[in-house]
Write a protein of this length. Structure first.
Lengths: 569, 177
């Protein structure tokens, strides 16, 4: 009681400290050492990743950002609800921060949870310009834990972002090491017959895609909190403690499948919003997503945090241990998933009915016989046994039926699905959307062109929304790649078929061959970015400007004064 | 819910039996000690109100005297179904498997309970009633009493075993004076 009273008195004495947090960030050229290679990059306060910024819900923050680069920069506060002028996207929210200039962001903190920040200029983010945001709630956390760690993932590539984009434009499979070989053609031929194999290859050629295009950027080193697998970032614990781990995927291009062999993980938050806790053995974290999990290691031993890339071309590794220097075994990479024809569903106009999410009974009754015609060759390396013997015998409804990408837990246990996510505390009343907007995610892999509804950002009109409406977005993925779609400034309510309990996110994965719906309460005036968060897809044109018309007078977008310079990705 | 699911439930479900038997394989947490027994309200020395929120208790710790009988008034102030269950960590762990089954079979549906399903006869006299004297399972807004006579000591927690809730920290400690 005395302690609490003391804290109150302290707050009264220092009102400015309690109400406004002041933070300084410098944007610097830095050296990044992954253990595999050393490269020049960009960081904050002299390091990449930058610092973990800790805010408190209810405070107003002032962040002074000084640009020590010889080029323009910017910082976007990923997932934060704020006035659009503070959102940090050059050409949409503000002109950007010139070399040598200090720009002061100032905005109220209206939410709690795990988020991150990154440059929205050129390829500075893949080059290292990112950091973590942790916001303490005004009230208590609805969980208990003894300690917490930020676990921030990235895919560090030896090439600079500019160089990668040039190479991809020139030769879209430049970084694709997993292409099928002539040797594979002959082994497939002997298993499936020559003509079947030829037909299969011709079909894929038609689509301008390679079967192995799960990842179009390989050759990276996975980092956790800036440390490569050999450098082994380690978080300490005492046996029996509950640990909150704030996973953030700050990769340019890479999805990770995350597990901690020997521990189950209770997911309590996704994209900064608390979800009804669900205990899993493994989860897939899309680019720009966050997941908070609580683990409870009971034994006096080390545990490996293992994050395999979705395409199995690389991994990140870290450790939880009672003492520094302790290590646990590092599992081998599993066989890569191969895309199947099912992942092309939408492009061929085939209706797999895969997104009927109205009732889970439908999924439970999945007809395995319909998978007989599936392209099994694409599933080489997948454990058919564990997939089919799953005790719920359910296909993840967020993957195309028969998809080669459906994840399974390494230990045969529970793998998190979007379908498991339920809001803990819904932010909005459930209501009918006022209208639907269809966004086809489109691209041509052979030219490394990525677009929405077949139109690149530079050629596209903005999406116009009206303040106060609730819009239902229909994403139809017509490409072979998974796209993490990120709408700035307003929440994305992911339709998992749970009505008012649908989870609230800032980034929505749309897997190949699937249709995914999200709804947005248009409650922030101004203009915002809306894009695929894969850096090189956004830069290639899978990007839109969203203009919210109407709203409180003083806050309406002054679109005409906005400079159109600066990078958009 | 189809027929084969029901059969699985009937075979695997035996709430009251395993909840008490589990203390013996609780990984050494239980010390083999009794958790106590249902008490009479007339013998209760005091009343403790325990509020259940999403997903935590208030208070998160109570102190009792050895052998004391306490009348708990348990109130669900959250938006989700919650449990108040007195037991050892090992008992809670065993009970969590049963609660997971209750979710899988649609008995616990986030913010409500399917009472028809709970009362259904699963065969062998088993049901998913969840009517053991050491616990209550409440929908949002509900309130109920548990009168419990504690043993002289033990590693006792009150806990919510709705899947994920205990793991994310919805438990409280019973400390003996």
């Amino acid at each position: 009681m005395n302690i609490r009273l003391g804290a109150v008195v302290l707050c009264l004495l220092m009102p400015s400290l309690a109400l406004a947090g002041e933070y300084d960030l410098t944007v610097d050229r830095v050296e990044i050492d992954t253990g595999d290679f050393v490269k020049q990059g960009i960081g904050y306060n002299g390091k990449s990743p930058g610092p973990v910024l800790r805010f408190k819900e209810g405070e107003t923050v002032r962040i002074n950002v000084t640009n020590n680069l010889d080029e323009m920069t910017s910082i976007h506060w990923h997932g934060l609800i704020l006035p659009y002028q503070q959102d940090g996207v050059p050409g949409i929210s503000f002109p950007g921060i010139k070399p040598g200039e200090t720009f002061t962001y100032e905005f109220p903190i209206q939410q709690a949870g795990t988020y991150w920040f990154h440059s929205h200029s050129g390829f500075q983010e893949p080059d290292g310009a990112y950091g973590a945001l942790v916001i303490e709630p005004e009230g208590r956390e609805p969980f208990r834990y003894d300690r917490e760690y930020v676990v921030q993932l990235t895919d560090k590539h030896p090439h600079s972002g500019d160089r990668i984009m040039r190479n991809l434009k020139m030769m879209p499979d430049y970084y694709n090491r997993k292409q099928q070989t002539v040797g594979e053609f002959f082994s497939d031929s002997s298993e499936q017959g020559f003509w079947n194999t030829v037909r299969d290859r011709l079909a894929w050629g038609d689509m301008r895609m390679m079967k192995a295009d799960v990842e179009d950027l390989q050759g990276f080193t996975g980092l956790i909190n800036g440390k490569g697998p050999e450098q082994n970032w380690t978080g300490l614990f005492e046996p029996g403690e509950r640990i909150r781990m704030r996973f953030i995927n700050s990769s340019a291009m890479t999805y990770f499948d995350v597990r901690i062999p020997g521990l189950d993980m209770t997911v309590v938050q996704a994209d900064g919003n608390n979800v009804q806790p669900v205990t899993v053995d493994e989860f897939r974290i899309g680019v720009a997503e966050t997941y908070d999990v609580i683990v409870r290691p009971r034994d006096e031993q080390a545990y490996t945090i293992f994050a395999e890339s979705m395409g199995r071309s690389g991994y990140a590794r870290a450790t939880l241990a009672p003492e520094a220097g302790m290590e646990a075994a590092v599992p081998p990479l599993r066989e890569p998933a191969r895309l199947t024809m099912a992942d092309m569903g939408n492009m061929h106009g085939m209706d797999h009915g895969n997104m009927d999410m109205g009732s889970s009974d439908d999924m439970a009754g999945m007809d395995h016989s319909s998978m007989a015609g599936m392209d099994h060759s694409g599933m080489s390396g997948m454990d058919h046994g564990s997939m089919m013997m799953d005790n719920q015998a359910q296909q993840d409804p967020f993957y195309a039926r028969g998809s080669g990408l459906v994840p399974t837990a390494a230990n045969g246990g529970k793998f998190l699905s979007y379908a498991d996510l339920r809001a803990q505390n819904p932010l909005y009343e459930e209501r009918e959307p006022t209208r639907e907007i269809e966004l086809r995610l489109t691209g041509n892999m052979e030219r490394y062109s990525w677009s929405i509804n077949g139109v690149k950002y530079e050629d596209a009109d903005p999406i116009r929304l009206k303040y106060g409406e609730r819009v239902r977005f229909k994403f139809v993925n017509e490409t072979m790649m998974t796209h993490p779609m990120h709408l700035h400034g307003m929440w994305s309510i992911l339709d998992v078929g749970a009505g008012q309990w649908n989870p609230i996110k800032h980034t929505i994965n749309v897997n190949p061959g699937t249709t995914v719906y999200m709804e947005t309460e248009v409650d922030e005036p101004g203009q915002w970015a809306f894009h695929c968060h894969l850096s090189y897809h956004a830069a290639a044109g899978m990007f839109r400007k969203v203009i919210v018309e109407g709203g409180p007078d003083s806050q309406q977008a002054k679109t005409e004064v906005m400079a159109e310079d600066g990078g958009e990705a | 819910m189809n027929a084969s699911n029901l059969i699985v439930a009937g075979l695997a479900f035996s709430m009251s039996v395993s909840a008490f038997a589990a203390g013996t394989h609780g990984g050494g947490h239980g010390h083999g000690a009794s958790i106590g027994e249902p008490g009479k309200a007339s013998e209760a020395s005091r009343t403790i109100t325990v509020e259940m929120h999403d997903n935590y208790y208030e208070p998160e710790e109570i102190r009792v005297k050895p052998g004391e009988t306490v009348r708990f008034v348990v109130q669900n102030k959250g938006n989700l179904v919650h449990e108040f269950n007195i037991g050892t960590p090992g008992m809670h762990e065993a009970h969590q498997k049963e609660m997971r089954m209750m979710v899988e079979h649609g008995v616990i549906q986030g913010n409500k309970l399917n009472h028809d399903m709970m009362n259904m006869d699963m065969g062998n006299g088993h049901s998913m009633k969840h009517d053991d004297p050491n616990s209550v399972l409440l929908e949002p807004g509900q309130s109920r009493e548990v009168v419990w006579t504690f043993a002289n000591q033990g590693n006792i927690e009150f806990a919510c075993n709705v899947p994920g809730h205990y793991q994310s920290g919805m438990y409280g400690d019973v400390n003996f004076e």
